[in-house]
Design a protein around this ligand. Structure first.
Ligand code: ADP
Ligand code: MG
Length: 446
């Protein structure tokens, strides 16, 4: 029978396609691809059934090109793929139609694939709690942290878990840009009622990267009313940002206080143990069994952000494929040997002094003098603090260098600056700038 053949063909083709994808698009292949079911190959179309609506939407938007390429390579014909999902697969998001389609959830961004650690504990726990009881646990939840530390992952995981528990929950997940663009379009076309209806009749509103809401008075105004309407109706609001509410430039005070009124949770850089766990998890997701030793090697070499950890895995994957498919230390060293571990990236005290004196417009002689006015004492303390973080000099050595001060003075400086850094945002930004200008293992640049 024709359908039987069509199914059998589909299975053969799919099996070969997977091999093709592994060989040519290794870093895009996921373990959950094994849930995909080839349904039928007929009329020049291969139909693939995804397990969930989220997988289907994701594949339609991100997987089409690679899958089309694969099916054509395998069949040698101009075949295309189409993705379907079971009728009851539920759990899709509220959508605005195709002009605002950045609301695709990634099947990778679920709680099972998120590694909890000291760096993200509060944010992670809060998201878990919210997924169980939207609108009841913490409201609003405001997550902030630097780029690549898992904010989007957590937001999407929360959405997916809410939908898994109750597919009929109306969730609106979008980037701040989409909110702004949609607002402007509706203002232009006079569809404000429509806009308000959409945003104010949801159970959960999730906006990623809310820090983009700066300097747009009317959008802030509209968002303020949206926020209040939802909040008063006990609807869940989750926001992410690259900085805490009070540090978002030009955000109206009333929004700052609304954002602060629920739970504000920071995500910090992951520690070494968490990085090892993340590397192992990411590798597993791609179907790679990474020896612990290799995971640790990667975690030592990349410490700033997790996107870079993933980049390292991609690099390793490519290198391993060219070298017989093994993932041992030799392969890891070959692939990542040129990444110098942060602990070996040393800056010199001269470099630190050069950057600090330039920034504060003071002279080294002043830093080494007994002068105690703030304009000199602060840069001196900054020098001591950075020297402590970035060089291997002892407290005594550092104190000695700055006018023969003893080690307790240096300890006091480190504590003082650590404290300012946490409490004074403009000062923290200055420090970032000074530190960014320090280039490890090189002579101070101009
Ligand atoms: P952000 O939105 O904060 O810039 P993302 O959520 O996009 O960061 O995270 C960047 C990458 O790092 C994603 O692939 C994400 O899955 C991964 N990632 C971040 N934190 C974790 C974690 N704790 N466990 C597993 N993966 C993580
Ligand atoms: Mg993000």
């Amino acid at each position: 029978m024709a359908t039987f053949d069509a199914t059998k063909d589909a299975q053969d083709v799919w099996a070969q396609m997977l091999e093709y994808l592994k060989a040519t698009h290794a870093s895009a292949v996921r373990q959950w691809f094994s849930d995909l079911v080839p349904v039928e190959l007929s009329g020049g179309v291969l139909i693939i059934r995804a397990a969930t609506a989220i997988q289907q939407q994701y594949l339609m938007s991100k997987g089409r090109d690679a899958f089309n390429e694969a099916v054509q390579a395998v069949t040698g014909k101009l075949v295309s793929v189409n993705f379907i999902c079971p009728g009851d697969a539920g759990g899709a998001l509220a959508r605005f139609g195709d002009s605002y389609d950045d609301v695709i959830l990634s099947p990778d961004y679920v709680f099972e694939n998120f590694v909890g650690g000291p760096c993200n504990r509060l944010a992670y726990t809060a998201c878990r709690a919210i997924a169980e009881m939207p609108g009841k646990a913490y409201n609003p939840l405001f997550i902030h942290g630097a780029c690549g530390l898992g904010k989007t992952h957590l937001l999407q995981a929360t959405c997916q878990e809410i939908l898994r528990r109750s597919a009929s929950t109306r969730i609106l997940y979008l980037s701040c840009d989409t909110f702004i663009n949609h607002f402007m379009d509706c203002v232009a076309s006079g569809d404000m009622n429509e806009f308000r209806f959409r945003y104010r009749h949801v159970d959960v509103l999730v906006i990623d990267d809310i820090h983009f809401l700066t300097r747009r008075d009317r959008t802030q105004e509209e968002f303020f009313h949206t926020f209040n309407t939802l909040f008063q109706a006990n609807k869940q609001i989750i926001l992410s940002s690259d900085s805490r509410p009070s540090e978002i430039p030009e955000l109206e005070e009333r929004l700052v206080s609304r954002f602060n009124s629920g739970l504000v949770a920071a995500i910090d850089r992951p520690c070494y143990e968490t990085r090892i766990a993340i590397v192992s998890k990411k590798a597993k997701l791609r179907g790679i069994a990474l020896p612990e030793e290799v995971a640790a090697y990667i975690a030592r070499r990349v410490e700033s952000n997790i996107r870079e950890l993933e980049g390292a895995i991609t690099k390793l994957q490519g290198y391993a494929m060219l070298n017989g498919g093994k993932y041992d230390m030799d392969v890891a060293r070959g692939a990542l040997g040129d990444l110098i571990p942060p602990s070996e990236r040393i800056v010199s005290i001269q470099q630190i002094i050069e950057q600090v004196t330039r920034f504060y417009n003071v002279r080294l002689a002043d830093l080494q003098s007994k002068k105690r006015q703030k304009s000199i004492a602060l840069p001196r303390q900054v020098c001591m603090y950075i020297a402590r973080q970035k060089t291997r000099h002892s407290l005594e050595e550092i104190g000695g260098y700055f006018g023969g001060r003893d080690h307790t003075t240096v300890m006091h400086a480190v504590r003082t600056i650590t404290d300012y850094r946490q409490t004074d945002a403009p000062f923290a930004a200055h420090l970032e700038r000074i530190e960014a200008a320090l280039i490890p293992g090189q002579v101070a640049a101009g």
